[in-house]
Every structure is written in C-alpha cells, then in structure tokens.
Design a protein around this ligand. Structure first.
Ligand code: MTE
Ligand code: MO
Length: 370
C-alpha cells in the first residue's frame, strides 16, 4: 500500500495573500504557502499538468531572505585553485557561450509531509517540483576562463543570500560544492534565463546554477562566487543539511534525484464518469532514463503498463498515459510507479531519514466515479 497523502493538506489549503517580498513580483497567488518568511511555497497540482511549468507558478524554496541584486552591477568572482582570478559581469558571462537545458527541478524535501513520523523541515506536499527551460553559460566555460588547477577536486558555488542557520549565531551564505566532473558536465549551466525571459530575481536572478540530475539544493541561486577547492567543502549546507541520515546508518550526501512519478490528470478528488478515462502523468529520474511506467487503479494491488510519451530532454520529466476502463462507481485509488534504465523502481515506502529527503514512494490520487 502506498504511503498516505500529506495530512497537512487540509490545514494548509486556504489561499494566502500574495507574497510580500519585493523579489516576488513574478510569483503568483496560486501557490500553497508552506512558510511566509522566508517564502517557501509549492506549486498547486494543476500547475504541474503542463510539460513546462509556468514561471509564476513554479515552486519557491528559500533558506534565507532573498538578496536584491542589480543586473547591471552584479558580478561573479571566480577564485581558489585557479590560474587567474576572474570577475565576470553578466555581459562577460554571456560572451563565454550559450547553452539551454530543459530540466525538472525537484526539491529533496518534496513529499516530506507524507513521511511517517513527520521529519524536521518544511512539510512539502508534492508540489516542490517543476520543469523549466533554463538557458545560460556552461559552468565549464567559466572554469576554463579561470584555468582550474589540477589539484582542484570540487567547485564551490556561493549564493548572495545569507543568514544564521537554526541554532547558530553566525551568518553564512547558501553555498554548495560539486565534484569537478559534475561541475564540468556540458549541461551544468549558470542560467541567465528561465522559460525564455531573464531569470527573475525570485528564482535566483540574475544568475543561478542549474545542475541536471541532482536534487534542487545543488542549483544554487543568486550566484556571487565560485571557488575551486583542493579539499572537500565542509559547509553547513554540505555536511549538516542535505544528508540522508537513516537510523543506525552512516550519513550519505543527497545528490541525484531518485526515480519517481506523478499523476496530474485526473487530480485528487475529481469526480469522473464511468467509461474510459485517460490518466496522465510524468515520470523522472536523475539516475537514468525512464524505462517503464506502471499504473494501478486499486491502490497498488494490480499493475498495468502505461504508455510512455517521447522524452524531449534527458533531464526533463517524461509524459505517460493509461486508458483506464472503469465501470464501478465509488472511490478509486490511482497510483503510478516508474522504473529507470539503471533498474531503480519506485518503492511503496521510501526509507525514513532524519530530514525527510528523497521521498520517492509511489503516490496515490483518489478519484470518485459516478
Ligand atoms: N542561494 C540559494 N540557492 C538555493 C537555495 C537557497 O536557499 N539559496 N535553495 C535550494 C533548494 S533547497 C532548492 S529545492 C532550489 C529551489 O529553487 P526554486 O526556488 O527556484 O524553485 O534552490 C536551491 N538553491
Ligand atoms: Mo530543496
């Protein structure tokens, strides 16, 4: 039996006022607000029905108050184990090359609210995910401009937002490192655009990192500094957060996105007519391509193969559908289960961990047939 739906859903479904911060002009009012300050808000289920999520409906996840950076004056400093320090404005960045990536961005805490017992952290339902067309400069071009020395093993990317993490009095920036090979990957970009327009400040503008295949925490927003490191980074957001801490097991860093799927149509509670219903959804994985999607109309007892659609980008979710014949009136629990080319299958229950990361358990949508 799949895990329960988030219990917090009913409590939190009341629409709230528009976000207050100045950088949130681009964020519309349809989000389900998880926390007001700093704003943390997830996409409503209907916002996830289209292949590309509209920018103003895209989820917002922030550890600190967002910085306000001027696109004219903002610079990125590249330093550390490099042959020459480089200071790049947006124009200089743009001149280093152009590359677009359509990528699904999922927060590692997505669906935390359905883990039992509820782990610490923002109680996200299933809306801390979205797919966008990101465009900018490959991080590799920037690193080549500075000349990364052979001794470098990781690339640290620092955001301009800062604050004291819970339990600390010392303000630190949001900062994360990537192994050198991931930093040099052709599709790891410093994004200057989202869905065809300059990256809005609310989503990390004027420049953010986009790391395909990894959970959202790797995609550092409001990038202000890049450092080549010769030792592993030990910062708060590398070592104390974004670690799988399972009881009685050594902690493991959160990296690639676990295989997962969702049903976006019909959606929760939808009344539907008996007959043939086309059920549609998405499937994605950071560890391979989607090899198979299965569908169940009885809460996961019996499964049938769904029809996968073409996958426009290896880093974006893949569409699928299943033509479900239903005669029996009443409530039905619909589930989907994805398998990737690395052989990973969505579990009925994801391993519980202290911060509630990586919940890729099979999810359920309940519909009423009349
Ligand atoms: N500078 C900075 N970058 C950040 C974060 C942050 O708090 N500060 N949060 C990260 C996390 S945990 C996620 S899931 C994504 C969310 O990106 P979005 O707000 O554009 O949806 O940004 C990541 N990058
Ligand atoms: Mo996240």
């Amino acid at each position: 039996m799949p895990q329960q739906k988030p219990r917090s859903d009913a409590q939190r479904s009341t629409p709230r006022s528009a976000p207050r911060e100045g950088v949130d002009e681009g964020v519309d009012r349809t989000h389900r607000v998880i926390r007001d300050v700093p704003l943390n808000a997830e996409a409503r289920p209907d916002a996830l029905a289209s292949p590309i999520t509209r920018t103003e409906r895209f989820f917002v996840r922030r550890n600190f108050a967002p910085p306000e950076l001027g696109a004219e004056t903002h610079h990125i400093l590249v330093a550390g184990a490099v042959d020459r320090k480089v200071r790049l404005g947006l124009g200089a960045l743009r001149s280093l090359g152009a590359h677009g990536v359509t990528m699904t961005l999922e927060c590692a805490g997505n669906d935390r609210a359905s883990m039992v017992p509820l782990p610490a952290g923002e109680p996200w339902g299933g809306g801390a995910i979205g797919t966008a067309e990101w465009a900018g400069v490959p991080l590799a071009r920037v690193l080549e401009a500075a000349g990364v020395r052979p001794a470098a093993i990781e690339i640290l990317v620092e955001g301009a937002d800062r604050g004291a993490p819970p339990g600390s009095a010392v303000a630190i920036p949001f900062a994360r490192s990537l192994p050198l090979d991931k930093a040099m990957h052709a599709d790891t970009i410093l994004a200057l655009e989202m869905n065809g327009v300059p990256l809005p400040p609310g989503y990390g503008g004027p420049v953010r990192l986009i790391v395909p295949g990894w959970y959202g925490m790797a995609s550092v927003k409001w990038v202000s500094g890049i450092r080549a490191l010769t030792e592993p980074f030990q910062g708060h957001f590398q070592r104390e957060r974004y670690m799988y801490e399972e009881p009685d097991r050594a902690a493991v860093p959160v990296t690639t996105v676990r295989v997962k799927s969702l049903i976006h149509s019909p959606s929760e509670g939808d009344p539907i007519r008996a007959g043939t219903v086309r059920v549609r959804g998405w499937a994605w994985s950071g560890e391979g391509e989607i090899a198979r999607v299965e569908f169940s109309a009885d809460g996961g007892e019996r499964w049938g193969d769904a029809h996968p659609l073409d996958q426009p980008s290896p880093h974006a979710w893949r569409g699928w559908f299943y033509d479900w014949n239903v005669e029996e009136v009443g409530c039905h629990t619909l589930c989907s289960r994805a398998t990737d080319t690395a052989g990973n299958v969505q579990p009925d229950r994801a391993p519980w961990n202290h911060h509630g990361y990586g919940n890729n358990a099979v999810r359920a949508v309940t519909v009423r047939v009349r």
